[in-house]
Design a protein around this ligand. Structure first.
Ligand SMILES: [Zn+2]
Length: 254
């Protein structure tokens, strides 16, 4: 009996971990890039509401996804596309997904002056996190594509987790601010090109760019240094885009 309980507890832990978006370093890096690129005015208003920087709450949604009162947010961390890489109503999870809920939160925050403070705060936490999650390669769900267990640098792990934090942990070993130093180097013109578009368009672009991860691995693949080298370029690109796009969303709102 004890053994079954232990196995179930381990399964529950690995399931909950496997569902997290970018690990803390990833989310903090995205928020740090965003913080460095938002206007002083927007930053001041946001910090007045949060009582902290946006980095402080970058992983809040992961920490609270099963907390009482927030169970409805559990499924919000990823999103599906159809075979044409489109995020249509037909493939959207009725329990919510990262794109729809990001758009809902943005819509509510457009009227932030009329909302009570706690509503503004929670919607800000959604925006800060969901822009990150929708750029995480393993948070785009494709019809018929799934890789469960692989080996990364000799250790067995879930493929989802490889993208949440495995690649980051196996590559640079930077703190979030050092990571942001390295990624936040684009010109104004380049940033403008990246931040044009809507969250749905960004998500569909992510789907096209990240589809390749299912060519790189299959169940049981033994992923070593060549994989990490290739994968970290995709991770860096996704973190950088998410950072600039989060700044754009916040700047437009505040
Ligand atoms: Zn998440």
């Amino acid at each position: 009996m004890k053994k079954i309980a232990l196995v179930m507890a381990i399964a529950a832990i690995s399931l909950s971990q496997s569902a997290f978006g970018w690990g803390r370093v990833g989310h903090d890096t995205i928020a740090c890039i965003a913080e460095r690129n938002i206007s002083p005015k927007a930053r001041k208003i946001i910090e007045k509401y949060l009582g902290h920087s946006i980095i402080y709450y970058a992983s809040w949604m992961d920490d609270y996804r099963n907390a009482p009162g927030y169970e409805h947010t559990t499924m919000w961390h990823g999103g599906s596309v159809d075979e044409n890489m489109k995020s249509t109503d037909a493939v959207r999870n009725p329990k919510g997904d990262c794109v729809a809920e990001l758009e809902n939160a943005i819509e509510r925050l457009k009227h932030y002056r009329e909302l009570d403070d706690s509503t503004v705060v929670v919607n800000l936490k959604y925006v800060i996190h969901l822009v990150g999650d929708m750029h995480c390669p393993s948070h785009v769900y494709y019809p018929g594509l799934k890789v469960r267990k692989v080996k990364l640098m000799g250790r067995e792990t879930g493929y989802h987790r490889v993208w949440d934090r495995g690649v980051i942990d196996a590559s640079h070993l930077w703190s979030y601010s050092e990571y942001a130093d390295q990624l936040d180097r684009l010109s104004r013109r380049e940033i403008k090109a990246i931040t044009t578009g809507t969250p749905t368009e960004w998500f569909e672009e992510n789907a096209r760019n990240c589809r390749v991860i299912y060519d790189w691995a299959h169940d049981g693949s033994d992923l070593g240094r060549p994989f990490v080298n290739e994968a970290s370029r995709l991770v860096d690109d996704q973190l950088m885009k998410a950072g600039y796009r989060l700044a754009k969303v916040l700047d437009d709102l505040f």
